[in-house]
Design a protein. Structure first.
Length: 476
């Protein structure tokens, strides 16, 4: 270890921008075992590993880096998967520059250890070598848990519950599982085969998936509570934040997720209705994306790959204040995306179809309380940006649960998030838990995985307490 003084930080090989914009394949090649071991040996095995402190899952990063550096890959896999139900997703899509790698102590001066790439290399070895065996719990239990939603929180909870022998059924309203992993994240960041490999692994681990089933429409919460010992709601946050400006309802002004879902469906080989297909395709169009987060970056990079005439990202603050990963911004710039800082739309022009965005110039005013600078309009400074397709990536809110009249509804916050007991993640309805974006608000996949794992532990405690009551009643 401590090889950081001798070995330079290296990312996995990245396909050149002119080549990678021609398809939706992942832009990084897998890192070879030899390179990953060499990169892992750069870790200085800190007494207080700030990488782990800033990993939402508190992964034992120095431990699995040491095992990788010494070629003990199976041990690295066991350690990595002990705290993370889906390390292959996090290695690919975590904004490591804001999390583990951004806090690596050798980051300044030497360049952070490439933690995400090594996490990926560990998982790819595990699947290739057959170490990632399906779950085979020591005892099959009778208790049954229903999970509503098959995104990262639902899948992570299912993994941890199956490890303890609990029977799990996941209900998914879409026609295939994976939620945001399948339909929200583009293939150039997370290949669909990686998501489907994990779904297949969960099926072989005994998890039942029931797709095309909507809560409130095809099954009620009351039915789920009656048939199962506990219910976990992990339906995510898919309701787009709206932009209340004139022209926002013109044809061609589209919420980001609707656009991304359409492209992800094409990648799965699905056929879209012709009118949707045309509307949600950037080929030959001048595309304007409003927003500065990771979803905005996914949109601009998707539009480039679809063959847009031009792609511009409009953000109301400056580069430093962008919430998206720096790495994603860099990838977008390499791929030909132009960024416009400190502007925001005050309206859209067009008869039926959008033709232009009317943009107002902003200046950043420092926050006296030390927060992010506040954007303020510069009087009289407006301009028009020609646009055939405008994608709004302004964040997402949870959709209200569609529950039957008369059945108890979990209490919600004003923005639609489900209220939970912070310790047990149980909602106001006994035996009904919540995890991921529906509980936390739109956030990173790694936080949803954490919530799913926590919810599984809380459900196991609930089931154990319930069993004690049953045993107590039987003894009496
Ligand atoms: Fe880093 Fe994410 Fe992996 Fe944690 S889960 S070590 S933050 S890549
Ligand atoms: Fe290794 Fe960096 Fe973590 Fe320290 S902070 S243990 S050097 S990865």
């Amino acid at each position: 270890m401590l090889e950081f003084v001798r070995i330079e930080r290296e990312m996995p090989d990245k396909r050149p921008a002119p080549l990678r914009v021609k398809d939706f394949a992942e832009i990084y090649q897998a890192m070879s075992e030899i390179r990953a071991a060499a990169q892992a040996s750069r870790c200085s095995q800190c007494g207080i590993p700030f990488c782990s402190v800033h990993c939402p899952l508190s992964n034992d990063i120095p431990d699995w880096l040491l095992a990788s550096a010494e070629g003990r890959w199976q041990e690295a896999w066991l350690r990595a998967s002990a705290t993370n139900a889906m390390p292959e997703m996090c290695g690919r899509i975590c904004p490591q520059d804001r999390l583990c790698e951004g806090h690596c102590v050798i980051e300044k001066g030497f360049g952070a250890v490439t933690i995400g790439a090594i996490e990926n290399a560990i998982v790819e070895q595990a699947f290739a070598q057959g170490w990632a065996e399906p779950i085979s719990p020591p005892v099959e239990r009778r208790e049954h848990v229903a999970i509503v939603g098959s995104g990262p929180a639902g899948l992570a909870a299912a993994t941890r519950l199956r490890e303890q022998g609990v029977q799990v059924t996941i209900f998914e309203r879409q026609d295939r599982p994976g939620g945001l992993l399948s339909y929200g994240i583009p293939g150039f960041k997370l290949d669909k085969s990686v998501v489907m490999r994990r779904i297949d692994w969960l099926q072989r681990s005994g998890v039942t998936f029931r797709c095309g089933v909507s809560l409130g429409q095809d099954v009620s919460l009351a039915e789920l509570r009656e048939r199962h010992d506990a219910v976990l709601i992990a339906t995510g946050a898919y309701r787009a934040r709206r932009l209340e400006v004139p022209g926002a309802s013109l044809k061609g002004v589209v919420p980001a997720l609707e656009y991304l879902v359409a492209e992800n469906r094409r990648e799965f080989g699905d056929k879209l209705p012709a009118s949707k297909d045309r509307l949600l395709d950037a080929r030959g169009k001048r595309v304007v994306v409003i927003g500065g987060g990771d979803t905005a970056m996914d949109c601009v990079r998707t539009a480039v790959r679809q063959g847009a005439k031009s792609v511009r990202c409009i953000y109301r603050r400056d580069r430093e204040a962008m919430p998206g990963s720096r790495r994603e911004v860099l990838h977008a710039e390499e791929e030909g995306v132009e960024f416009v800082w400190c502007e925001t739309p005050e309206g859209f022009e067009g008869a039926r179809q959008v033709r232009a965005a009317r943009l107002v110039r902003l200046r950043l005013v420092p926050d006296p309380r030390g927060g992010r600078p506040h954007p303020e309009p510069v009087p009289g400074e407006t301009r028009q940006e020609t646009a055939d397709l405008v994608l709004l990536a302004l964040g997402f809110l949870p959709e209200p649960l569609a529950l039957a009249r008369g059945e108890p509804h979990p209490e919600t916050h004003p923005d639609g998030r489900l209220k939970v007991n912070p310790d047990s993640l149980m909602t106001s309805v006994p035996g009904v838990f919540a995890a991921g974006d529906i509980m936390r608000g739109a956030s990173l996949v790694v936080w949803a995985i954490k919530d799913g794992q926590r919810a599984a532990r809380a459900i196991l405690d609930w089931l154990a307490a319930d069993q004690k009551k049953v045993d107590g009643r039987a003894a009496a």
